[in-house]
Design a protein around this ligand. Sequence first.
Ligand code: TXA
Ligand code: MG
Length: 323
Amino acid sequence: MKVFSNPTQNEIKFAAKALKDGNLVAFPTETVYGLGADAENEKAVSRIYSVKGRPADHPLIVHISSVNQMSKWAIGIPDYATKLAREFWPGPMTLILERGGLAKDFITGGQKSIGLRVPNQPLAYSLLIEFELLGGKGLAAPSANKFGAVSPTNCEAVVEELGISLDYDDLILNAGQCEIGLESTIIDCTSNHPSILRSGAITESMIRNATGISVCFDCNKHKVKVSGQYVSHYSPRAKVIVGKFALPGQGFIALNSVPTPVGVIRLAAPETIEEFAKIFYKSLRAADQLGLKHVAVCQPEGDGLANVIRERLSKAAFGRELL
Ligand code: TXA
Ligand code: MG
């Protein structure tokens, strides 16, 4: 496995060719790093599952360069989904649509729907364009972590998660820290109301404003399998505690305005909610790197991204409670 840091255009072309040849390429998006494979290549896609240790029936998101590629992968696209795509792509939003002919069972986990996303990250965009120039139609890319672990938001975290599982010809493209730091909003568009399956930076009110239709939360949960819906997910090895009370020797993550309890190891002190989101996963990883047994996270108040952080936090915390 090779790492290309701030890759040149030639290196991006090389990575696109590597993908076309059936290798895996981890790449940055504005949300988290993805582990990419040619979405039409069953063998390459099956390696994503083995490298991640992910159950084979969990569907993958296909990443495309623009809204124009949508109809290659999806059919029967409702008007409100087209509105969402025009409004929020490229951006941190995944649309679940009725699948078209290109979307095979090995991508959709046997479901009749397909997840599509146009990422908003210059390197991801160049990679998708170069891949499409070689005849590629889309990149299957889950977050570049082991199943159930915290998503990587920088290159070091990808290496830590998957470095030893990747092969000689696989690549990692490094463009530093992801801008948003939390996974995309997943919106099920297979019925006449949009339904949020996983929260993210595109919020319910943004969806309502863009479509003029009210949003349903988890309405179609029974219909689809979303791994992020597992209560235990996004977990570091350290036990995550929700609240502002931490004991000496424990890690602590809270907004800058929250004072550090005596003897506690402050892992992050973001000034804004956006900064909190951006460094949240990195800070959870820091707890593991320091070998901490516990990390207390003081949840931010408010809507939007604060809401998303609280949701991810409860999953990270619940995951460890089970052990
Ligand atoms: O921000 C993101 O979405 C990142 C970046 C790399 O794009 N990707 C990501 O992928 O988080 P992943 O595989 O870690 O999470 C995607 C979720 C999974 O829980 C999967 O089950 C769900 O999307 N999903 C994908 N296709 C689906 C489908 N057809 N129906 C229902 N859920 C689907
Ligand atoms: Mg994931």
